[in-house]
Design a protein around this ligand. Structure first.
Ligand SMILES: NC(=O)C1=CN([C@@H]2O[C@H](COP(=O)(O)OP(=O)(O)OC[C@H]3O[C@@H](n4cnc5c(N)ncnc54)[C@H](O)[C@@H]3O)[C@@H](O)[C@H]2O)[C@@H](O)CC1
Ligand SMILES: [K+]
Length: 509
């Protein structure tokens, strides 16, 4: 599913109206009816509903929604929160249809006048402002939102909660705090941003009859389990271990053997054909007792940590993952630099490897094969040289600019994980839950990633699928057998069996 900016959405509307010849009023009718039918899942027949209508086309949708609900016998009071002269164009046409159908509009006068009505409502529908909002809310929207957000009523928004910017960059705003939002045609960027995500509540996207072949595709998509099912590689019946990638994993120390254990087990569980683990001699007995299927390379060490010399064998693998439990000692950059220079296949850098990568970034531009970086916001802020706060205001732009500048593929982890390819294409994964906010989760994701990257033709599919596989496994576990409290990274590794069973059975059917 595409993710759009406000401008891209306006371009789509224009394509519908001008290129396909869909009349604007017809598009609004179709949008309003689709939203109303979606919202009905959350409205009971006996509910008192208030719909608040604003000045633009979002308000126009509101008149269609109100008419649809009233036609179906629901009890709806329609409040127009701006003067009549502010209602124009298609919205005015739909107001006329609403009135001519025999329904009434209450004019907003003062917040004191509206408040008693709001207090009696079970459901408040916000059709005040949508993607056209600019800057901080003016009156009467600001006061209305302040009182509505304190009500016990169930709050629903049309397209986006009034006051929430559709795009990135703004973190200070007042907005309607929706319990549920019915999004028109495609989710806007702000659905996935830390500062705006909570205002949406739960959300769903409705189709409104836009002319799909005429719509310019943004290079930005939401990626979910159905997309994974469509792109998941089928394991050929006549394949052998060499057909599924020969991977090398470098990391772990005498003090941190667990991280490489988890990454290694996750990679093997994800179908990787052959795995070698390069770690310090002292850690090998501990790691090998949990990872019987791997072979081991002993790397030079210093006081229990990987010393950081170049690792010549690395070039003989199809792909290399480095970073988990590596430590942040001076001198370890030598190892990373040698990998940047010598690994012919994909090179995945995670955890401490990312920390050490900062001074080596320019050399990534020379790599002929893919480099994948998998930072969380703190690691990415360090690499990009910005504050975490600044990064999280505009993660799509920062990720894209960074990927294009250094020619790297980037997985920015978080509640909405943003996956960016070296040519700037982006995908978002929203699977997973707070049970994953624990040590070891990143190691498991990296392991899955090494496995998937070496078995999937498209690197972008491999990266996006890995994130969804990781998150959905956690979701299934917390829905069925675990809780967000007790879920461990190692449970997620075990849970991969169920996920892959589901995926491989669907890819054959
Ligand atoms: N053909 C179309 O354009 C379609 C539009 N649709 C709906 O229309 C919406 C976009 O319509 P519009 O472009 O009219 O935008 P809005 O409905 O968001 O409203 C724009 C209005 O808000 C006012 N405004 C902007 N910032 C404000 C602020 N800070 N404080 C107070 N008032 C402010 C503007 O003066 C303008 O009158 C979408 O979100 C969607 O709900 C859908 O009906 C689908 C079709
Ligand atoms: K709205």
């Amino acid at each position: 599913m595409d993710i759009v900016t406000a401008q891209e959405m306006y371009d789509w509307d224009r394509a519908a109206i001008e290129a396909a010849g869909i009349d604007g009023k017809m598009l609004m009718e179709s949008a309003g009816r689709a939203v109303a039918n979606d919202m009905l899942q959350h409205i009971k027949k006996q509910d008192k509903v208030i719909i608040l209508i604003g000045a633009g086309n979002n308000g126009g949708d509101g008149f269609v929604i109100a008419r649809t609900l009233l036609n179906k016998g629901y009890e709806v009071d329609t409040w127009q929160v701006v003067p009549d002269e502010k209602i124009s164009g298609d919205a005015e046409a739909h107001k006329k249809i609403f009135l001519s159908s025999g329904y009434d509009v209450y004019p907003f006068t003062t917040i004191e006048d509206l408040l008693p009505h709001l207090k009696r409502a079970d459901v408040v529908i916000d059709a005040m402002l949508g993607i056209g909002v600019k800057g901080r809310l003016r009156e009467p929207y600001a006061s209305i939102i302040q009182v509505v957000n304190d009500l016990h009523a169930f709050r629903m928004s049309v397209d986006l909660p009034t006051g929430v910017p559709a795009g990135e960059g703004e973190s200070v705003f007042d907005a309607f705090r929706a319990d549920y939002t019915t999004i028109i045609a495609a989710p806007k960027l702000s659905v996935f941003l830390q500062q705006s995500r909570p205002f949406y509540g739960e959300w769903n996207v409705v189709e409104i009859g836009l002319p799909v072949p005429l719509l310019e595709k943004p290079k930005r998509k939401l990626w979910g389990i159905d997309d994974v099912k469509e792109t998941f590689p089928v394991r050929a019946a006549d394949s052998h271990k060499g057909s599924h990638g020969k991977g090398l994993m470098i990391g772990g120390s005498a003090f941190m053997p667990g991280s490489i254990v988890m990454a290694a087990r996750a990679a093997l569980k994800s179908g990787l054909g052959l795995l070698s683990v390069a770690t310090v001699r002292e850690a090998i007995p501990a790691v090998s007792s949990f990872v019987q299927e791997a072979t081991f390379l002993n790397v030079e060490e210093q006081e229990g940590w990987i010393a950081g010399q170049a690792l010549e064998q690395a070039s003989s693998y199809d792909g290399v993952l480095v970073g988990m439990g590596l430590g942040r000692r001076d001198g370890t950059e030598v190892l990373l630099q040698s990998l940047i220079d010598s690994v012919d296949g994909p090179l995945i850098v995670d955890a401490d490897g990312l920390y050490l990568m900062k001074s080596l970034l320019p050399s990534l531009k020379n790599r002929k094969t893919p480099t994948i970086l998998t930072p969380h916001p703190g690691e990415f802020a360090h690499l990009a040289g910005v504050s975490i706060e600044e990064l999280l205001k505009s993660p799509f732009s920062y990720s894209r600019n960074f990927a294009l500048e250094y020619g790297v593929h980037l997985i920015l982890k978080g509640p909405s994980t943003i996956i960016t390819s070296a040519d700037g294409e982006q995908r978002v994964d929203v699977s997973g839950n707070a049970g994953l906010a624990k040590g070891g989760s990143g190691d498991v994701l990296s392991g899955i990633l090494l496995g998937m990257v070496l078995q999937t033709e498209s690197l972008m599919d491999a990266m996006s699928n890995s994130c969804v596989i990781h998150g959905c496994t956690a979701d299934w576990l917390t829905q069925e057998t675990h809780s967000e409290t007790d879920l461990l990274a190692s449970d997620v590794i075990e849970g991969l069996s169920r996920t892959f069973r589901t995926l491989s059975s669907s890819s054959r059917s």
